[in-house]
Every structure is written in structure tokens, then in C-alpha cells.
Design a protein around this ligand. Structure first.
Ligand code: MLT
Length: 200
């Protein structure tokens, strides 16, 4: 997968996995790392799917309607990529914390839905429920931050709450952060994620 890897200056820190929103690239979320953790290593990945020229992490049939077969395929593909990248770049495989926005948050949520040890934790900005009707792995010990908007037209507050409940039922610790805004990623939401990250 097309990506950027930047080695951090503190090997005890997690590797931050950056996953952009629809139409983004591996460059988009790099500025967030200055706020979250300037000393961590960074692995920023570009989604392998194109929708009218816009990179995404998996196909969708319509706005908010996911192509489940492709979602599962792409989730496995990203999981394999992470395993290979940990060997290639010699970072600790079990110490990856994702930062995902929108479509990137959805693939991060899908990694957590399908694999027990894909991620140690995640900051999910405006995620949706990636799939329904499956049993999640045991996610105890996983730390998750969910940023959501009370007026998000793409992900309703009910869906954000549903996702938080599914993660909690699977044993994860979940912090919800609400913005009185829509789908956009605001600086206050990123700062809330940074405070959450600092107390991990
Ligand atoms: C998705 O397709 O993953 C969600 O609708 C969010 C987005 O628009 O990327």
C-alpha cells in the first residue's frame, strides 16, 4: 500500500497509524501527529480503492452503504500490510495506535471488529458502525477514543453511540467526545484526542 513511514525519536512510544478520509492521501493527517505525539513513529497509509478518483479504504455502494465483501477484503489487506510494515521498519507490532478520520476511522473500526490484536488503541474521528451482525473479538485492554458530532449528517449520534456500545460490550475502554458540529474534524476534537492519548 502507498504509505509514508517516519521513525520517531522514542522507541517506547506507539506507532501512530494514520488513515485519511475519502478523497484524502497519506499526507492529510500528518499535522495531527505534532499535537498528539511528536516523538512517536508514524505510518500513514493511502487507501487502495478509488471512487471517482478519490482514494478510500474500501468500496461503498452509496453514501453510508458499504460494500461488505470489499470491506472485509480491504480490512485483511490492511492487516497484512501492518504485519509486513512492522517487520520492514522494525517497530513493535503490538504497539500501533490508529488515528482515523471518516472513511479512515471506519477501516480502523473494521480492523477492531475483525482482529483481536490489530491495534492497541485508536482515535476514531467520526466513525460509523462498519458491519452489523458479527461477534467482535475480545477487545479487553484496548483503548478507544471516539469523536462524534451532534449534527453529523453522515454518522448520526445514535450510530456513534451504537458503535461505542459495541466496543464496550467487547471489553474495550471507550471515551466519547462530542462536538456540537457536523462531520468535520475540528481542532478542539483533536485536542481532546491528545488529552486522552496523554493519559494512556
Ligand atoms: C464512508 O464511506 O466510509 C463514510 O461514509 C465516510 C466517508 O464519507 O468517507
Amino acid at each position: 500500500m502507498k504509505h509514508i513511514y517516519q521513525k520517531g525519536n522514542d522507541p517506547t512510544k506507539p506507532t501512530l497509524l494514520l488513515l485519511h478520509g475519502t478523497g484524502g492521501t497519506e499526507h492529510d493527517l500528518l499535522p495531527l501527529t505534532d499535537i498528539i505525539d511528536p516523538n512517536a513513529s508514524i505510518l500513514s497509509v493511502r487507501g487502495n480503492v478509488l471512487e471517482n478518483g478519490m482514494p478510500r479504504f474500501f468500496r461503498r455502494l452509496a453514501e453510508g452503504v458499504f460494500d461488505e465483501e470489499d470491506l472485509v477484503y480491504r480490512t485483511n489487506e490492511l492487516h497484512d500490510f501492518l504485519n509486513d510494515a512492522a517487520i520492514k521498519y522494525e517497530f513493535e507490532r503490538n504497539n500501533i495506535i490508529a488515528i482515523g478520520y471518516s472513511n479512515g476511522a471506519n477501516i480502523a473500526a473494521s480492523l477492531l471488529f475483525h482482529f483481536q490484536d490489530a491495534l492497541k488503541g485508536a482515535m476514531l474521528h467520526h466513525p460509523m458502525v462498519p458491519r452489523r451482525g458479527i461477534t467482535l473479538p475480545d477487545l479487553s485492554g484496548k483503548h478507544l477514543f471516539i469523536g462524534a458530532g451532534t449534527n453529523d449528517p453522515i454518522c448520526s449520534p445514535q450510530e456513534s453511540e451504537e458503535l461505542a456500545s459495541l466496543f464496550k460490550d467487547a471489553g474495550a475502554s471507550v471515551e466519547m467526545h462530542w462536538e456540537d458540529r457536523g462531520h468535520q474534524l475540528t481542532i478542539t476534537e483533536v485536542e481532546a484526542a491528545a488529552s486522552w492519548y496523554k493519559q494512556l
